[in-house]
Design a protein around this ligand. Structure first.
Ligand code: SF4
Length: 435
């Protein structure tokens, strides 16, 4: 039986797409290889949001190439955002790649593979601006599963390539989403994470649909689902209605990822983020006031073109004022094809590195203080598996999305909910004992 290996980069949307790729290949009789060396179809699912994942994709292809040198029958596939962006150029410039499939072509993957099996090399990067062609796909259901509710983005932040590679915003219908959630719940999923580039604007491209807060309530009505999460929210659309559902629907977890990107209004303006820091602060303060146990996370770009020392200090102040539970911060690098490509990348790399390191140091201190507060607290954990460290060791996450490693004197199954007393809180994970 032939085997496939998929190397996934980037966001949860890409992880979801990799599940779709796996499902098509399994339907065609392939099985998943345990390692790259065992694979007959080696596929990289790429991300072009930042520079590093793009470099990593190139190095994955380099490793695939070495395997193909030894076994020429191996096929190499290039999928995801970089595929969507570069299309047939990838085939022209790299003779080891057999097929290129963009972010909108996954529902045609079976056809593409059939051509590859017949010895052709081909690229499918056609953008489907109409509907969102995602079938419910068979997959090994995990207790914590993703469901895409929309694709693409209409926001055109000046640094971001997503609207160009994933196309304009399109929402799946409520029926499609609920059918997929029911399929997952029947297979044992207990926690659902709804995915979209801007979930708050869910439904605006449909003739009639529930709002995003209403959709959360409907997902919560599906039998078997006990926790709901969602990413990503855009601050300009983060409504009181959503905060109310997060407060009132006990299945919606107290965790919010709300990317700020920068604390300076002039930088936010050049980023085309369409909100001011004052607006953002008002929104998070309102959410924290209404949901006191809310955990907040955010993304930051350091050294955006034109970022002055003063601008950067505004970002530092914002992080200090808001006291995030987690942040993802990166140095700015130009993405070809974006509006910011025309801005002068004028913050020297050394300055970017120094600013990023100051920012991460401050966040480390914030996390350390917040983590210490967990000592002796009891948290609800959904078991996600047993740890490799030895018998009686399990792991899962609390409602605020913190990883919890814990011991239990009874055998636990994935998907069980237990109360854990935290004995040793650390920044990366909390350690405790099941009560
Ligand atoms: S909201 Fe902005 S950063 Fe997010 S995907 Fe859309 S354009 Fe990119």
């Amino acid at each position: 039986m032939r085997k496939f290996f998929i190397h996934t980069m980037g966001c949860q949307m890409n992880e979801y797409d990799s599940l779709r790729i796996a499902s098509v290949l399994e339907k065609m009789g392939f099985t998943e290889a345990e390692s790259m060396e065992d694979g007959d179809y080696l596929i990289v699912n790429t991300c072009s949001v930042r520079e590093k994942p793009q470099h990593k994709a190139e190095s994955a292809i380099g490793r695939f190439r070495q395997i193909k040198r030894k076994r020429p029958e191996v096929k190499i596939g290039f999928c995801g955002c970089v595929a969507q962006q570069e299309g047939t150029d990838l085939l022209k410039n790299n003779k080891d790649i057999d097929f290129v499939v963009g972010t909108d072509g996954l529902h045609r993957l079976e056809e593409v593979i059939a051509h590859v099996e017949a010895g052709e090399r081909l690229s499918d990067t056609q953008v489907n601006e109409g509907g969102l062609e995602i079938d419910i796909f068979s997959r090994t259901v995990s207790v914590s599963s993703f469901v895409t509710i929309m694709k693409g983005c209409d926001n055109f932040c000046s640094y971001c390539i997503v609207p160009y590679v994933r196309g304009r915003e399109r929402s799946r219908t409520e029926t499609e989403i609920l059918d997929e959630v029911k399929y997952l719940a029947d297979g044992g999923a207990k926690e659902i994470t709804l995915l979209g580039q801007n979930v708050n604007s869910y439904g605006t491209t449909l003739e009639s649909s529930p709002s995003f807060p209403e959709l959360l309530n409907r997902v919560g009505e599906v039998n078997g689902i006990r926790r709901i999460r969602f990413v990503t929210s855009h601050p300009k659309d983060f409504s009181d209605g959503l905060i109310e559902v997060m407060r009132d629907n006990e299945k919606v977890c107290e965790y919010l990822h709300l990317p700020l990107q920068a604390g300076s209004d002039s930088v936010l303006k050049r980023m085309n983020r369409k909100y001011t820091y004052a607006h953002y602060l008002e929104r998070v303060m309102r959410a924290k006031e209404m949901i006191p146990s809310l955990a907040l996370s955010s993304d930051f770009i350091v050294g955006f073109p034109g970022e002055t020392d003063e601008d950067f200090e505004a970002t530092m102040k914002a992080i200090n004022d808001i006291q995030y539970d987690m942040i993802f911060a990166f140095n700015y690098s130009t993405r070809p094809g974006t509006k910011a490509e025309n801005f002068e990348d004028d913050v020297p790399l050394e300055v970017k590195k120094m600013r990023l390191s100051r920012l991460l140091d401050m966040q480390k201190k914030i996390i350390s203080d917040k983590t210490a507060e967990y000592k002796d607290k009891v948290v609800e954990v959904m078991v996600e598996g047993s740890s490799k460290r030895g018998s009686g060791q399990f792991y899962g996450r609390n409602r605020q999305n913190r990883v919890v490693n814990f011991t239990s004197d009874t055998i636990l199954d994935s998907g069980e909910f237990v109360n854990v007393k935290i004995t040793d809180p650390k920044a990366n994970s909390l350690t405790g004992i099941k009560l």
